[in-house]
Design a protein around this ligand. Sequence first.
Ligand code: GSH
Length: 210
Amino acid sequence: MELYGYFRSSAAFRVRIALNLKQLDYEQVAINLLLDEQSSESYRAINPQGLVPSIKIDDDTFLTQSPAILEWLDETYPQVPLLPANSLDKARVRSWCFQVACDIHPICNLRVLKYVAENLGAGEPGKKEWLHHWMGEGFRALELQLQAQSGGTYCFGEQVTLADVYLVPQVFNGLRFDVDMTTYPRIMSIYQACNELEAFKQAQPERNKP
Ligand SMILES: N[C@@H](CCC(=O)N[C@@H](CS)C(=O)NCC(=O)O)C(=O)O
């Protein structure tokens, strides 16, 4: 498999974690977001949205959208399952994942931040305020859900699930943009526990610079 991504892309980071957890071999193709390579004609032929990641799974098949890629990986390589077996538990894990993937990440990604800063005239300070506001809203809700549960090493007990796969890159982003994460103690304890696992360590942006 070939993963087209960028080392700091949190959506690509999710896929790297899942590939590592499942111990799958893959190569990486760097699409430099700072050089706008995601908008090139050649990359848009793979992913018409001009977003990373995309994954090449055989000679003529590409998948896009990290949630779809993660679900495909989990169904195709079920030996290390990332979703619980029970459908209610599965829905709970997905609900968590979608809070990150649908409600936090998309309004804090590069193109949106650029639009807020440049097209809407908010500049760097406005961009930072936007990001802190929306990440804060998202993390607060996630922390409340964790606090209401009985605890556990990971988001849903003692098994790593897709919930952790979505959480860790989002926390990385928060830290990168100076969001005060000390107000989310359960989130941070899970973040630290995940980062002790080899699959998460190997997926970290610093280890995946081109
Ligand atoms: N929902 C998509 C989101 C992908 C996405 O937003 N990727 C970001 C990097 S994390 C990107 O390619 N940004 C480029 C840009 O904003 O121009 C997924 O999960 O794959």
